[in-house]
Write a protein that binds this ligand. Structure first.
Ligand code: HEC
Length: 234
């Protein structure tokens, strides 16, 4: 213990002895432990930079381009490439609400017709499988793979006794957009149009649950089994 106090006293004396050096000026280059952290090839906001001909570090938008969700006319409503719209509007299509209330149904902006609704649902299936199925499961019953690794309380989206299965489309839109509890927000990952496509697809999964087994479901099931058995050579 004696040596500890001696060593402690020496280190303390050295440290205090060095203190006055703080703030003193020197003509030598500073000693830097991580020079690559100090000297980075990057442009700092508002600083000049001779890389560009005009000597400005900060750049104006490239001529003829437009930032996502920005409308040069100053209107807040969005319009442009539907696959690239992630937000910015104030209507039902962009918020899921009308006059402060969650509303139900597919918004007009989707331009759904009898011809294109099939492709819309297939897009919903694709986007759901990419973004949601890891947690909610491919059939939306809440039995995705992450639950097996400990993510708790994943909602079952096809159980009719649960509020999340029966509440309006606009409310589901809000959950996808802003997340809820353990579930994160998807507003930067899933464009507006795909959010509606996912909702429509979840509705078809819910509907499919209710289809009676006898009839079309059983026929399709038996056909699938027969095909598999034929393949296996039985
Ligand atoms: C990382 C896992 C995870 C992913 C991915 C995920 N969710 Fe969830 N989701 C959850 C959890 C956990 C809850 C329960 C949240 C709560 O009630 O606290 C939930 C709840 C919900 C609810 C019900 C919310 C309520 O009001 O009770 C809906 C609807 C939903 N998710 C839809 C989706 C959709 C659509 C996607 C894909 C865009 C998705 N989720 C992706 C984990 C996930």
């Amino acid at each position: 213990m004696k040596y500890f106090f001696i060593a402690y006293a020496i280190i303390a004396a050295l440290f205090i002895g060095l203190m006055p050096a703080r703030g003193s000026k020197s003509p030598n280059a500073p000693f830097r432990l991580f020079p690559d952290m100090d000297e980075q090839d990057k442009l700092k906001a508002q600083k000049p930079d001779d890389f560009f001909a005009d000597g400005q570090g900060g750049r104006l938008p490239v001529h003829g381009t437009q930032a996502l969700g920005f409308n040069p006319e100053g209107s807040k409503e969005i319009g442009g490439i539907p696959e690239m719209e992630f937000g910015g509007g104030t209507g039902y299509y962009a918020t899921g609400g009308i006059d402060g209330y969650y509303a139900n149904g597919m918004p007009e902006e989707l331009g759904l017709t009898d011809e294109n609704v099939g492709a819309f649902l297939r897009r919903g299936e694709e986007a759901f499988n990419i973004n949601c199925s890891i947690c909610h499961g491919k059939s939306a019953d809440g039995q995705g793979i992450t639950g097996q690794f400990g993510v708790p309380g994943i909602a079952n989206l096809t159980d009719d006794t649960k509020k999340q299965t029966v509440y309006p489309d606009g409310r589901m839109f809000e959950v996808i957009t802003n997340g809820k509890g353990q579930m994160g927000s998807y507003k930067h990952n899933v464009p507006l149009r795909d959010r509606w496509a996912i909702i429509a697809y979840v509705r078809t999964l819910q509907y499919a649950r209710k289809a009676p087994y006898e009839g079309a479901v059983k026929a399709a099931y038996d056909k699938g089994i027969a095909e598999q058995q034929a393949k296996a050579g039985k």
